[in-house]
Design a binder for this molecule. Structure first.
Ligand code: MSP
Length: 631
């Protein structure tokens, strides 16, 4: 299903925590929002683009304390790393909101007061485990080995009075909305994830923190001893920035076209917390929530402890902002994960930008300077005209528009690059460099058509690479990027305009030398007795079910030749569905100390091998009796 171009296109990014510096994940989300905003402007739609910083909460307070600053001083300093980065990445946001600004805190307090007055917030007792890293509470059952189920980090047991929002009241209405608006949450897989989450009864949401424990937040208007939970505060930025409670007309107009672009990890907060908050506040829901995937480094998550965090500034400084934006948009399919590596980056840069696009512009410009007086040649009457090239160029804007509305940004970029490749082939076929000696008029026509094809491609690619496209259009004597795509007309390139491209627009870069992987440390030899101490047995899986609230774990009942089957909790759900393993035999370690996983006692461990694609479990080549010893 695709989006229409009616009304306003209001696009938001998540507001970023100021406890850390920007990395490539933040860069991607913001550049993607920018690219969408620029395309929608080009499609002639009124567009508004918001980003900002999330400045309250425990993480920020802790980061400030570490630096010996007040949280406000810390936020004033850190928000600059985001705010100042965006212009250098050519991000064209209309506004930048900070949650410490009075225009925001006022709205949060007003919203809280309204819900309190309506009886939708109540005081209660809270007991649970708090993970400061994700600023969320978990029940004991949800913990994994007593640690945070999302990060594996420490959790603190907490029992305290708090305020709760009656989120549970809105469960049915939310399910109905999602079912009635099948593209409300995009892509589809994420919608299903949210519907899956909503199968369990929805709890009320704890929306306060006692000041005694956390002072850095917006005070509750009805109880000054408490501050607002950071997510309740942060989500409201999307409304506070555009005039909720201060400018109704502006608010209603922009809000009617709201699109939230977020990463897949913050889907629940947006699709469940935020939507139910809006329902309670009697504000219509946004048009779409769009969840993108993660940039992985060598297929694993970026993390400070692994030391693999990619700094977008460094990439931009080394290879240029346009190449970086191009790579981010071309490489990732919106909604799926993608692997970030300097090698993949340079391949795209060298093949697509240096070879296909850069070379084309360079060769044409050099030739025009050498043999055509440095100006755009005339389209000579009676010379051959390439209808096929022209048709392809003229059909492309509608195709790109369709792909962008379907959020297929990578495919849109590829379609434009196909035009660039077509122009390259056209130049090879028409051979203006040779023909000029015998038929200058014909060579002029060929060059004119090639420039027109290139001009179409540059206009269409301009939301992705605004800087370079603008520069190159100027260099080939073309008018600046059109302000509306419908103004892009074949033949608008003026003969006689000066062509001047002093240097190759995308210099090639050498691929980084592949460093030899350090050898794995050799495992010390062990005596046979050590090996024999591990009791390995063949087990037959009798039943398998998914473990609630976990996407990794399966709960197995395994026949190990004993009077009773054993319970095994195993992290294989990503690779195996329950149906795929029931009745099959695998290898189990049966004398490991039993371990509680997700609140369930696991009494054996299945053996698996691992590679970049995940894990594979071992199975005997022919059936063996359950409990057969392996040695
Ligand atoms: N402050 C909250 C958002 C509040 S919105 C009302 C927050 N901030 S964050 O700074 O931690 O992360 C912001 C965004 O960065 C998330 O959308 C997250 O998905 C994205 N990314 C973080 N790492 C990422 C990658 N490695 N790849 C792509 N995006 C990822 O959450």
């Amino acid at each position: 299903m695709t989006e229409s171009l009616d009304g306003v296109f209001y696009i938001t990014t998540p507001i970023y925590y100021v406890n850390d510096r920007p990395h490539i994940g933040h860069g991607y989300c913001t550049v993607l929002a920018d690219v969408l905003a620029r395309y929608h402007r080009l499609f002639g739609q009124e567009t508004y683009f918001l980003t900002g910083t999330d400045e309250h909460g425990q993480k920020v307070q802790e980061a400030a304390t570490k630096r010996g600053m007040t949280p406000q001083e810390h936020a004033d300093d850190m928000h600059r790393h985001f705010k100042d980065l965006w212009p250098t990445l050519h991000v064209s946001n209309d506004d930048f909101i900070r949650t410490t600004e009075p225009r925001h805190t006022r709205v949060v307090q007003k919203a809280l007061q309204q819900l309190w007055d309506k009886g939708l917030i109540y005081r209660g007792e809270y007991e649970g485990f708090y993970s400061p890293r994700v600023e969320k509470f978990f029940t004991e059952d949800e913990l994994v080995d007593g640690k945070c189920p999302e990060t594996g980090g420490e959790v603190n047991r907490i029992q305290e009075a708090n305020y709760f929002f009656k989120m549970s009241l809105y469960q049915d209405a939310l399910i109905k909305h999602i079912n009635e608006n099948p593209d409300f949450i995009r892509p589809e897989s994420r919608k299903n994830e949210v519907l899956g989450f909503l199968k369990k009864p929805l709890q009320d949401l704890c929306i306060s923190r006692p000041k005694a424990r956390l002072s850095w937040g917006i005070p509750l208007p009805f109880d000054p001893d408490f501050v607002t939970y950071v997510w309740f505060d942060a989500l409201l930025n999307y409304c506070s920035a555009i005039g909720l409670y201060s400018d109704d007309q502006r608010f209603e107009k922009l809000w009617s076209g709201a699109h939230h672009l977020i990463g897949k990890d913050i889907l629940t907060t947006h699709s469940v917390y935020w939507t139910t908050m809006l329902m309670a506040l009697e504000i219509p829901l946004p048009k779409h929530i769009i969840a993108h995937g993660w940039w992985l480094i060598d297929r694993s998550k970026m993390s400070k402890s692994l030391g693999n965090v990619v700094d977008p500034m460094a990439m931009k400084d080394k290879y240029g902002v346009d190449s970086l934006r191009y790579f981010l948009m071309r490489e990732m399919v919106v909604g799926l994960d993608a692997d970030f590596s300097e090698e993949a980056f340079l391949k795209r840069h060298n093949f697509d930008l240096a070879n296909d696009l850069g070379n084309l512009a360079n060769r044409l410009a050099k030739f025009i300077a050498r043999s055509m007086g440095g100006v755009v040649p005339t389209l000579a009457e009676g010379t051959e005209f390439d209808d096929d090239l022209r048709q392809m160029a003229q059909e492309l804007p509608a195709k790109v528009r369709q792909l962008i509305l379907e959020l297929k940004v990578d495919a849109a970029v590829e379609a434009i690059m196909n035009l660039v490749r077509r122009v390259n082939r056209y130049v090879a076929e028409t051979e203006p460099f040779k023909v000029i000696k015998t038929d200058p008029a014909k060579a002029g026509t060929a060059v004119y058509n090639a420039l027109e094809g290139l001009r179409f491609a540059l206009n269409l690619l301009s939301p992705v690479m605004p800087g370079k496209c603008d520069e190159l259009l100027g260099a080939i004597g073309a008018p600046p990027v059109v302000s509306r795509l419908e103004d892009l007309k074949w033949g608008d390139l003026k003969a006689g305009a000066a062509v001047n491209l002093p240097e190759a627009p995308f210099p090639r870069h050498e691929l980084p030398k592949v460093e030899e992987k350090p050898k794995k440390p050799e495992t010390p030899l062990i005596k046979f007795d050590h090996f024999a101490a591990v009791d390995l047995r063949v087990g037959t899986v009798l039943t398998a079910t998914a473990v609630e609230k976990s996407d990794k774990l399966l709960l197995l009942s395994v026949d190990l030749g004993e009077p009773e089957p054993r319970t095994v909790v195993s992290g294989i759900a990503k690779e195996y569905s329950p149906e795929a393993i029931v009745g099959k035999q695998f290898v189990f370690v049966v004398n490991l100390e039993p371990r509680k996983i997700f609140g369930i006692l696991s009494e054996a461990m299945v053996l698996a091998g691992h590679d970049d694609d995940g894990l594979a479990i071992f199975s005997p080549l022919r059936p063996l009796p359950a409990g057969a010893k392996i040695s």
